[in-house]
Design a binder for this molecule. Structure first.
Ligand SMILES: Cc1ncc(C[n+]2csc(CCOP(=O)(O)OP(=O)(O)O)c2C)c(N)n1
Length: 630
C-alpha cells in the first residue's frame, strides 16, 4: 500500500506532508525498498537505515537548488524514490533501468555521482566553494557513513573545510557498520561518543522534550549536545579540532528531531557536522540479523530474506581457500583487505590465520603501502582489492611496491565487467594501468585451478605481481591438491593452428575456443592460446604465430586502450612483424550497468562479433590461397 509514496512526484510533495504523514511515508518507503530490492537485488541494508534522514533532508532542503552529495551513493535509493523516480524504481540495476548509484545524467537531483567511498566531503566542499565564489546562497549537504571516515580522503577534505567555506553541512550516518563491522580507532571513537552517558541522556531527553514543546527544544538539545561533546574528549571532538561545529549524536530515525535539527543547521554560518545514529537494515529483521549479507546482495525472499545458494564456488572463494592453504604451509603469507572481507571472501581465511589477516578499512592506498612495509620485513602480503578500487592506489603501487621491487601480490577481484553495479565498479582498466609499471608481472587465469597456480607462482616470485580474476563463478574446474609454479611469461597453447592464432585472455578463453571452431568451419586452421600473462607477454609465442599466421585475434574482458591486445601489437612491433591483429575488448567509453552477457553482445565481445570484425582479413586470406592455387 504505497498511498502516500505514489503521490510524491518531486521533493516539493514531501514538504506538503504533516509529521504523521511523513511517518507513514517512511513505512511505505521501507515496504517499497524491501519488495523492490528483493526482486532486483541491491543495497537494501544501507537504504533502510537512511529513510528518515533522507526524508528529513528533502523536507528541509530544496534540491536541485540545494545539493546532496552521498558518499558511495549506494544509500541513495530513498532519494531516488523521492525525486520523481518512484515509477521506475523496479528497474533499478536492471538493463536500461535506473543505476544503483547517484548519476548526474539520471536526474537533476543527483548532483554528484559516486560508487567509490570517501569522495563526498571533497566534492561537497568543491561545490560549497564554487557557490561562495559565485555569490550563491544554496545549501550543500554531504552524507557520509561512519566507514567513509576510515578513508584518507575524508580527512584531506576535513583538513580543508574550515579554511575554505563557512557554510557546509555534513551528516555522519553512523550505523557502526562498513560492509563488515567497521574497524579501527575511528570506529572506536564514534562508539565512545555514542555510548557516552551524557549523550545517551541528551538523546532521550531530545525526543521527550520535542514531543512536549516542539522545535525550539530540539535546537536547545542540539546545542547542549555540542557543549557536552566539548567536555568529552579533551577540548572538543575530533571534528571541532578541524574547525567544524559538531552536533549530536542524535537518533537518525526520529523524524521530527531530524527536521528541527536540519532547520537549525541551515541557519548556521559555519561548517557543521551532524552525527546521526542509525540502524542499518531498520524495519527488516533478516537485514538486522545479517548485516553483512544485506549490505548488498542479489534477489532475496521479501518475507524471510532467504537467497538461493550459488552452488558452485566463486573465484573469490577459490582465492581465499587457496590463500589459506598457502598460509598454512608458509608462515610469511599474510592477507590484507580494504574493508572487503566479504566481497573478497577473505572472511573464509580469517578464522584459520587470524593473526595474519588485516582489514585496514576503506583505505586502498594505505593497504598497499602497509603491504610494502610488511614485505620489507620478509613477509609475503596478498592484497585482495577489487580491480576498480585498486585504481585508488596507483601511486603506492608504483612508488612503494614496484620501484622497490617488493614482493607484494595484488589479487584483483572483479577484474572485468562487473555487470549490474555499473561503470563505477567495472574492473576494466587494470591491465592498462599496471602494464606500464616496471618490475610488475600481471597474470590472468583461465579457470579456478590456474588461479591457484598463479597464486603459488606469485608466492614464489621475488617481486611484485598482480592476478586479475572475474566476479562470480568460473568454468568450475577442480583445484588440484598441490598447485604448480608457472613459468613466468609463458603462454599455454591450447590448440595449435597454422593460419590464424586466437588469444583468449582469462575469462575470454571459451569465446576464443568458440571462435576457433567457427573459423575451422569456414576452412581456417586456427590456434587457440591461453596467454596467462598480460605482462610479460610471451614474446616467443607471439613471434612464432605472428610469423606463421596471416591473422592474430585477441580477446579480453578489458578496455582495448592499453590492454592485452595492445601489448601483443607492441610485441609484434618490437619483433618487426607486420601481421594484422584484430582486437576484441571494451571500447573507449564508460560501459553502463546491465547483464554481462547482454553487454558483451551489445559491445561485440563475442565470437560472432570477432568473426565479423575479422571478415575482411578472412576474405583477403582466402583470395591469397586461391591465387596460389590458380
Ligand atoms: C574505494 C572503495 N572501497 C571499497 C568500497 C566498497 N564499499 C561499498 S560501501 C562500503 C561500506 C560503506 O560503509 P559506510 O560508509 O559506513 O555506509 P553504510 O553502508 O554503512 O551505510 C564499502 C567498503 C567502495 N565503494 N569504495
Amino acid at each position: 500500500m504505497s498511498k502516500i509514496l505514489e503521490t510524491i512526484t518531486s521533493p516539493a510533495d514531501v514538504k506538503k506532508l504533516t509529521i504523521p504523514q511523513l511517518t507513514e511515508l517512511a513505512e511505505e518507503i521501507r515496504e517499497r525498498l524491501i519488495l523492490g530490492v528483493s526482486k532486483t537485488g541491491g543495497h537494501i541494508g544501507p537504504n533502510l537505515g537512511v529513510v528518515e534522514l533522507t526524508l528529513a533532508m528533502h523536507y528541509v532542503f530544496d534540491t536541485p537548488t540545494d545539493s546532496f552529495v552521498f558518499d558511495v551513493s549506494h544509500q541513495a535509493y530513498v532519494h531516488k524514490l523521492l525525486t520523481g523516480r518512484e515509477k521506475r524504481f523496479h528497474t533499478i540495476r536492471q538493463p536500461g533501468g535506473l543505476n544503483g548509484f547517484m548519476l548526474r545524467t539520471e536526474s537533476e537531483h543527483d548532483s554528484y555521482g559516486a560508487g567509490h567511498a570517501g569522495t563526498a566531503l571533497s566534492a561537497a566542499l568543491g561545490m560549497a566553494v564554487a557557490r561562495d565564489l559565485a555569490g550563491g546562497t544554496e545549501h550543500i549537504v554531504a552524507m557520509s557513513g561512519d566507514a567513509a571516515f576510515t578513508n584518507g580522503i575524508s580527512y584531506e577534505a576535513l583538513n580543508n573545510i574550515a579554511a575554505q567555506t563557512r557554510r557546509l553541512i555534513i551528516v555522519l550516518n553512523d550505523n557502526a557498520w562498513s560492509i563488515d563491522k567497521n574497524v579501527g580507532a575511528i570506529a572506536e571513537y564514534f562508539h565512545k561518543i555514542v555510548t557516552h552517558p551524557t549523550f545517551s541522556s541528551l538523546h532521550d531527553k531530545a525526543a521527550e522534550l520535542l514531543e512536549r514543546f516542539g522545535g525550539k527544544t530540539a535546537r536547545h538539545v542540539a546545542r547542549k549536545a555540542e557543549e557536552a561533546a566539548k567536555g568529552l574528549i579533551g577540548p572538543g571532538t575530533l571534528f571541532e579540532e578541524f574547525g567544524l561545529s559538531y552536533f549530536g549524536p542524535i537518533d537518525g530515525h526520529n523524524l521530527p528531531l531530524l527536521i528541527e535539527t536540519f532547520k537549525f543547521l541551515k541557519t548556521q554560518n559555519k561548517p557543521v557536522v551532524l552525527h546521526a545514529i542509525t540502524q542499518k537494515g531498520k524495519g527488516f529483521q533478516p537485514a538486522i540479523e545479517k548485516q553483512k549479507k544485506f549490505h548488498g546482495l542479489g534477489p532475496f525472499d521479501a518475507e524471510t530474506g532467504e537467497t538461493k545458494s550459488a552452488g558452485q564456488k566463486t573465484y573469490s572463494e577459490i582465492f581465499a581457500e587457496t590463500l589459506t592453504k598457502l598460509a598454512t604451509a608458509n608462515d610469511k603469507v599474510v592477507a590484507i583487505t580494504a574493508a572487503m572481507p566479504n566481497g573478497t571472501a577473505l572472511d573464509l581465511f580469517r578464522p584459520h590465520h587470524p593473526k595474519r589477516y588485516f582489514d585496514v578499512g576503506i583505505a586502498e592506498e594505505h593497504a598497499v603501502i602497509f603491504a610494502a612495509g610488511m614485505a620489507t620485513k620478509g613477509y609475503k602480503p596478498f592484497c585482495a582489492i577489487y580491480s576498480t578500487f585498486l585504481q585508488r592506489a596507483f601511486d603506492p603501487i608504483v612508488h612503494d611496491v614496484c620501484l622497490q621491487n617488493l614482493p607484494v601480490v595484488f589479487c584483483l577481484d572483479r577484474g572485468g565487467l562487473s555487470g549490474d553495479d555499473g561503470p563505477t565498479h567495472h574492473g576494466l582498466f587494470d591491465i592498462s594501468y599496471l602494464r606500464g609499471v616496471p618490475n610488475l608481472i600481471h597474470m590472468v587465469p583461465k579457470d579456478e585451478d590456474e588461479l591457484a597456480d598463479m597464486m603459488y607462482t606469485a608466492m614464489l616470485h621475488d617481486g611484485p605481481s598482480a592476478i586479475r580474476y572475474p566476479r562470480g563463478t568460473g568454468p568450475g574446474v577442480a583445484v588440484k591438491a598441490q598447485p604448480v609454479a608457472l613459468e613466468i611469461g609463458k603462454a599455454e597453447v591450447i590448440r595449435d593452428g597454422s593460419e590464424i592464432a586466437v588469444f583468449g585472455l582469462g575469462a575470454m578463453l571459451p569465446e576464443a575456443e568458440r571462435l576457433a571452431e567457427m573459423l575451422r568451419l569456414e576452412g581456417f586452421s586456427a590456434a587457440v592460446i591461453n596467454p596467462r600473462f598480460a605482462k610479460p607477454v610471451d614474446r616467443e609465442c607471439v613471434g612464432k604465430y605472428g610469423a606463421r599466421c596471416g591473422l592474430l585475434i585477441t580477446l579480453e574482458d578489458h578496455v582495448l586502450a592499453g590492454g592485452f591486445g595492445s601489448a601483443v601489437l607492441e610485441t609484434l612491433n618490437g619483433l618487426e612483424l607486420r601481421v594484422p591483429v584484430v582486437r576484441i575488448g571494451w571500447p573507449d567509453e564508460f560501459i553502463e550497468h546491465g547483464k554481462v552477457e547482454a553487454l558483451r553482445t551489445k559491445y561485440g565481445l563475442t565470437a560472432e562479433a570477432a568473426l565479423e570484425k575479422a571478415r575482411p582479413h578472412l576474405s583477403r586470406m582466402m583470395e591469397q590461397v586461391l591465387a596460389k592455387h590458380l
